[in-house]
Design a binder for this molecule. Structure first.
Ligand code: CP
Ligand code: NVA
Length: 471
């Protein structure tokens, strides 16, 4: 029976035996277990009761007053009464429902509460403790404990993680350098198993992620849905025809409704204002999973991939070849924030948005990064450590695809263009790729290409974001 008990839980049973002894009883009853659970304020069960507004002293006094005295004949082995044994069986069930590896005092408490009859049950009811509330208290306590004790070890939770908690991730501009670092650090802990999968499953246990898609997706949907599952939560896919954001119902009303039921929202939208609108009214963290202005999750995964291949970010040069679009915006802002030099080679009139460029230049001033905008792809790629491209016509621009194909013809990333970058440059693409248009097979299938590392890192980086915003 002891194998899976934590030390605290074992101590509760020893205390229960002592309580039985005090009452002159050889049988350890459920009342004695409850007294054992409330003896040490530091144990998880006691903390759960306190969080539910229970005065431990009063509860103990009430229980002690009404607990029957035993025969007084002590000696021999202490026995658990059938009811106490059943409470322990229930405790095992509660532990497994909460996906806990060990049986803790909190689970013993839930086991005791599950016994609906007898003095212990009556006393708990008198103090307003019911099973649902107690389960919720234990769940919250365990996720809090996990966050403080495992995700960040015993060190203080970094200030940047405190800052991120409860916030939305709408764009790169909002992130401080410390927050970016904490996201990358968490990405590594999750990807490398520093936080093992069995513990990861508890971080967002019982939480729901609403996944709003106005556009198609492979990577974003699969990474978010897999990510929330691996963190113990559940993802609900809401496709373009499900809620018709802003058409069937206003953005604000959709947000208010979802916020009442779900714990996190991710949204892939056309107009950026829709994702900011969702964040304004949802009351829970909202994650931008691509808008016409930014694709922050993509940039975070791409930069994490750069760290993996180059060991650093600062002082490198990233060259983006193609349209000054959402992906280019997020990359440019993130480069500026971390001190990476950024160059875009794009056709005239396809430069990045002026406001975004102005912001990036502001951030670059602080980090010493350079921002270069040119209509010459060779100039952009010169000396680059990372060459990046994206489709010429983004989702929603399909009608312009033919015209854009002509305009962008000189902006293909092929072996010739790659030869102007550093010899050890890596090639990145957010995918999906239009092979033969913005990139040749030769480049995307080359040893320099890290496109599937980027795709995989979407999973790890977004898990990190979800843990930090909603853990
Ligand atoms: N890169 C990216 O966001 O892929 P999907 O459009 O397939 O989600
Ligand atoms: N710029 C592209 C990125 C796809 C992931 C688009 O918006 O369609």
């Amino acid at each position: 029976m002891w194998q899976r008990f934590t030390d605290h839980a074992k101590r509760v049973i020893f205390s229960a035996q002592e309580e039985a002894g005090k009452f002159g009883d050889n049988n350890v009853s459920i009342e004695h277990v409850l007294l054992g659970l409330t003896r040490d304020r530091g144990c998880g069960a006691a903390q759960a009761l306190i969080s539910m507004g229970v005065d431990l002293k009063e509860l103990r006094a009430d229980l002690e007053q009404n607990t029957a005295r035993g025969s007084g004949k002590l000696g021999g082995d202490m026995q658990l009464t059938p009811r106490a044994k059943r409470a322990i069986d229930y405790a095992y069930e509660e532990a497994s429902d909460l996906q806990a590896d060990k049986l803790c005092s909190e689970h013993l408490l839930l086991g005791v509460i599950r016994q609906k009859e007898g003095l212990a049950a009556r006393t708990l009811a008198k103090f307003g403790v019911d099973l649902d509330a107690a389960r919720q208290a234990v769940r919250e306590q365990q996720s809090g404990k996990l966050f403080d004790g495992v995700v960040f070890k015993s060190e203080e939770r970094p200030e940047a993680a405190v800052e991120l908690r409860g916030k939305s991730l709408l764009d790169i501009a909002q992130l401080s350098r410390a927050e970016i670092d904490v996201i990358f650090d968490m990405t590594r802990k999750l990807k490398d198993g520093v936080i093992p999968p069995s513990r990861q499953r508890r971080i967002l246990a019982g939480k729901t992620l609403a996944m709003i898609f106005e556009k198609p997706s492979l990577r974003t949907r699969v990474s978010f849905e897999t990510g929330i599952f691996q963190l113990g939560g559940h993802g609900i896919y809401l496709g373009p025809n499900d809620i018709a954001l802003g058409k069937r119902e206003s953005v604000a009303d959709v947000a208010r409704t979802i916020g009442r039921m779900c714990d996190i929202v991710m949204a892939r939208v056309f107009e950026h204002e829709k994702v900011t609108g969702l964040a304004e009214y949802a009351g829970v963290p909202v994650i931008n999973a691509l808008s016409d202005l930014e694709h922050p999750c993509q940039a975070l995964a791409d930069f994490y991939t750069i760290i993996e291949h180059k060991g650093k970010l600062e002082g490198l040069k990233l060259a983006f070849i193609g349209d000054g679009n959402n992906v280019a915006h997020s990359l440019m802002l993130l480069a500026a924030k971390v001190g990476m030099n950024f160059a875009i080679g794009c056709p005239k009139d396809y430069e990045p948005d002026e406001n975004v460029t102005a912001k990036a230049r502001e951030f670059a001033k602080e980090t010493g990064a350079t921002i270069e905008i040119t209509n010459d792809p060779i100039e952009a790629v010169k000396g680059a450590d990372v060459v990046y491209t994206d489709v010429w016509a983004s989702m929603g621009q399909e009608a312009e695809a033919e015209e854009r194909a002509k305009t962008f013809a000189d902006f293909q990333v092929n072996s010739d263009l790659m030869s102007h970058a550093k010899p050890d440059a890596i090639f990145e693409h957010c995918l999906p790729a239009h092979r033969g248009s913005e990139v040749t097979d030769e480049v995307i299938d080359s040893k320099q290409s890290v496109v599937f590392d980027e795709a995989e890192n979407r999973l790890h980086a977004q898990k990190a974001v979800m843990v930090l915003l909603a853990g």
